[in-house]
Ligand binder design. Structure first.
Ligand code: FAD
Ligand code: FES
Length: 282
């Protein structure tokens, strides 16, 4: 008679083999950007740590790394916010509800939230860089930490998650500032690049941690402003993007100096990144 093995004997998932998941729902966030709600076929909860990414497959097209931007409302699925920039991201954003897709991961090192929850956290995000930071913001607020969020978008219609921003703005221990690069007369908020907001941020450089995600050029300027404000390199964390294939430290595609971004990152401390970011085109 066949005996099912005890749960402890079940082999762990091969990290190179995608599991089949389903698109339970999708939502257009801004032009060309969709949030996809993904659930496991067998219905078991999908887990992740804020800042981690998954490899998502659009069958017949290809596989790409995408950060987890949240959990589904019932807590069992994951949300990914994706900008359609090429073949795979366009195919993922074009999937219909109920369609299967492939999922590997989550992978990588996330935001240092064990340290962050206890203190104050300054988050600087540019454009879609708010996506991997959203779960970290929720975790900091849920743990009673103090949040300063500086967010920059190209224009008012490019602002991601406006409902979440409004909710965070009304949180007791939060300072939320939003700026846009360009705006018409209907916009009454800040205008200018996000780093101009750093002097407005109220944080203690001796205790605060800074979490930064956005285009690499924006992150470089954000780091300079944070250092000018007195933050040491060891208190600044960036989420890095590099081309990926295996996502588990085998292939070397994502190598950045001595680090594999898929395994050692994507979140890395600026104290480790500083010497590498000084090397052009690395
Ligand atoms: C750790 C990690 C997390 C990521 N998280 C997200 C996320 O949450 N949401 C999201 O939309 N994307 C995210 N990306 C970027 C995403 O993986 C790329 O946009 C995707 O690989 C592009 O594949 P494609 O086949 O659609 O386009 P391609 O045909 O590969 O590229 C189309 C165009 O997009 C540009 N492009 C390709 N990759 C990137 C990139 N990484 N950044 C900017 N431009 C790029 C190319 O230069 C080209 O001009 C992440 C990447 C990494 C490494
Ligand atoms: S993607 Fe293969 S080593 Fe990082």
């Amino acid at each position: 008679m066949f005996m099912a093995p005890p749960a402890t004997d079940i082999a762990p998932r091969d990290p190179l083999l995608p599991r089949i998941v389903r698109l339970r729902g999708k939502r257009r966030e801004i032009r060309g950007v969709w949030s996809l709600e993904v659930v496991a076929e067998e219905g078991e909860p999908l887990d992740f740590a804020p800042g981690q990414f998954s490899m998502l497959t659009a069958f017949g097209v290809g596989e790409v790394p995408v950060s987890v931007s949240g959990r589904t409302r019932d807590g069992i699925g994951l949300v990914y916010t994706i900008r359609a920039v090429g073949a795979v991201t366009a195919a993922l954003c074009g999937l219909r509800t109920g369609a299967p897709l492939g999922l590997r991961g989550p992978f990588g090192a996330g935001w240092p939230l064990e340290e962050a929850a206890a203190r104050e956290v300054t988050v600087i995000a540019g454009g879609l860089g708010l996506a991997p930071l959203r779960p970290a913001i929720e975790a900091v607020l849920a743990a009673g930490g103090r949040l300063v969020l500086l967010y920059g978008a190209r224009g008012p219609s490019e602002i991601l998650y406006p409902a979440d921003l409004a909710r965070w703005q009304s949180a007791r221990r939060a300072q939320v500032e939003v700026t846009v690069d360009h705006a018409g007369p209907e916009w009454h908020g800040h205008v200018g690049v996000v780093t101009r907001l750093v002097p407005r941020a109220r944080f203690d450089p001796d205790t605060a941690l800074a979490l930064v995600c956005g285009p690499e050029i924006m992150m470089r300027f954000a780091v300079s402003s944070l250092r000018e404000a007195g933050l040491s390199d060891a208190r600044i964390f960036l989420s890095m993007e590099r081309n990926m294939k295996c996502a588990v430290g085998f292939c070397g595609h994502c190598q950045f100096g001595p680090h594999f971004v898929c395994r050692d990152g994507p979140v890395l401390g600026y104290d480790r990144l500083a010497p590498l970011l000084r090397i052009e085109e690395l």
